[in-house]
Design a binder for this molecule. Structure first.
Ligand code: CAA
Ligand code: FAD
Length: 384
């Protein structure tokens, strides 16, 4: 067993850390307050090759491994989780889904520009559309329909909570093609945002990751060419589940980064803030909090890296990615709350960053499968 990172992985980690400090930190408080999508940061991430990190170079990607992706996600999430969620969706849901299950034509047409994050010099990213107003955790209860009309499908329905919903050019949309078949009657389609019948509602006003671009998207008689279905007829739900297993490594790494960011701030603050004649780190109640944060974050990091390693080794990583996501997101929430506590009153105001990290942490327990859903996946996996 080897816990050392390679030279290349260390280089990517450093590049992501520098990017987070120099490109994401400036303006992060204002973007959060104004709910401003970090367009400049995402465009620069595309230029760094961080929007298609794990995509083969022949399709415009950076050809990196999943471990490098975890390292980069952690560093960027320490500073701005609104940037990292956009990065996670594009990399591990959209690009991965197309690379693993798309046809050669779909890869040439869509994957290549999505992996570069740019087309004709403009931002070109994707969104993943499984959730609906009446179907979140209960994802097989899709109501969006795609009627087979011969050469094309006619798509009707509503998807909500869609990350990158307003900025994405390409959507991967799950829809029912045959309700009677249950999960086997679901297909996934590649839909372009500018096609007639696609309507994007206003951006959601959220508790955290406020810069990220979350929208409801409606489809009214959208004509989707037959060749835009991904995989064989009825593969759409399996596609969603298999793709989400990788996506959960991305969100686990995001949660890890939020936790690590909050911990680093708390540790530095505890070294300088004085109370009762000494730095607060010398009060055991504070020192023990920092010890627990350090330990939990290390455990979360190991779970993330193990899941990433299993994915890179082409092993089954379904349980590992759910364990990483569950543990890292619970750690992020707990650590961020305790980091605010370590800061006392200063933790409650914006300029110390930890209140934002606390608000951002919450979503990691909800999206890409709530903590309860991760327990469903893990328990079914270990008991089957
Ligand atoms: N791989 C392949 N197929 C799978 C699978 C997997 N990992 N998991 C399930 N399936 C198949 C099953 O084999 C089953 O097929 P059969 O009927 O032929 O056996 C079918 O899918 C249905 O599976 P289940 O019976 O297990 O389905 P269920 O209704 O009990 O639900 C669930 C299982 C785990 C709760 C699932 O619905 C789920 O993951 N829900 C959460 C949805 C979610 O994570 N949404 C995230 C949206 S994206 C997002 O959130 C992005 C973002 O924020 C940034
Ligand atoms: P529900 O499924 O209604 O769950 C409500 C509560 O009941 C939860 O605590 C849940 O864990 C619990 N629960 C439900 N079923 C069970 C059960 N069987 N056992 C135990 N407890 C259960 N979706 C996308 O498709 N694409 C995106 O890009 C995307 N981005 C998002 C971004 C944001 C900011 C948010 C808020 C959501 C996003 N989502 C996205 C949706 C997200 O995946 C769902 O919100 C999530 O899966 C939960 O679904 P729900 O909100 O309908 O909650």
């Amino acid at each position: 067993m080897n816990f050392e990172l390679t030279e290349e992985q260390l280089m990517i980690q450093k590049a992501a850390r520098d990017f987070a400090q120099h490109e994401c930190l400036p303006g992060v408080i204002e973007r959060d307050e104004q709910q401003k999508f970090p367009a400049e940061q995402i465009s620069k991430l595309a230029d760094l090759g961080f929007l298609g990190m794990m995509v083969d170079e022949q399709y415009g990607g950076a050809g990196m491994d999943t471990i490098s992706y975890v390292l980069a996600m952690e560093e960027i999430s320490k500073v701005d989780a609104s940037v990292s969620v956009c990065m996670s969706v594009n990399n591990s849901l959209v690009c991965y889904g197309l690379q693993a299950f798309g046809s050669e034509e779909q890869k040439q047409q869509y994957l290549a520009p999505l992996a570069r994050g740019k087309k004709d010099g403009k931002l070109y990213i994707g969104a993943f559309m499984l959730s609906e107003p009446e179907a979140g955790s209960d994802a097989t209860s899709q109501r969006t329909t795609a009627d087979d009309k011969g050469d094309y499908y006619l798509l009707n329905g509503t998807k909500n909570w869609i990350t990158n919903g307003g900025t994405a050019s390409v959507y991967l949309v799950m829809a029912q093609t045959d309700v009677a078949k249950g999960p086997k009657g679901i297909n996934t389609f590649i839909v372009e945002k500018n096609w007639p019948g696609v309507t994007v509602a206003a951006k959601e006003n959220k508790l955290g990751i406020r810069g990220s671009d979350t929208h409801t998207v409606m489809f009214t008689d959208v004509k989707v060419p037959k060749e835009n279905r991904i995989g064989a007829d009825g593969f759409g739900f399996s596609f969603a589940m298999k793709t989400l297993a990788g996506g959960r490594i991305g969100i686990a790494s995001q949660a890890l980064g939020i936790a690590a960011g909050a911990y680093e701030l708390a540790k530095e603050y505890a070294k300088t803030r004085k109370a009762f004649g000494t730095e607060i780190m010398n009060h055991q109640a504070i020192a023990f909090k920092l010890a627990d944060m350090h330990m939990k974050i290390e455990a979360a990091r190991l779970l993330c890296l193990k899941a990433a390693w299993e994915k890179d080794q082409h092993k089954d990583y379904t349980i590992s990615s759910s364990m990483a996501k569950l543990y890292a997101s619970e750690t992020a929430m707990w650590t961020a709350i305790e980091a605010v506590q370590v800061h006392g009153g200063y933790g409650y105001v914006k300029e110390y960053h930890v209140e934002r990290l606390m608000r951002d942490a919450k979503i990691t327990q909800i999206y890409e499968g709530t903590s309860e859903v991760q327990r469903i996946v893990i328990s079914r996996g270990i008991l089957k």
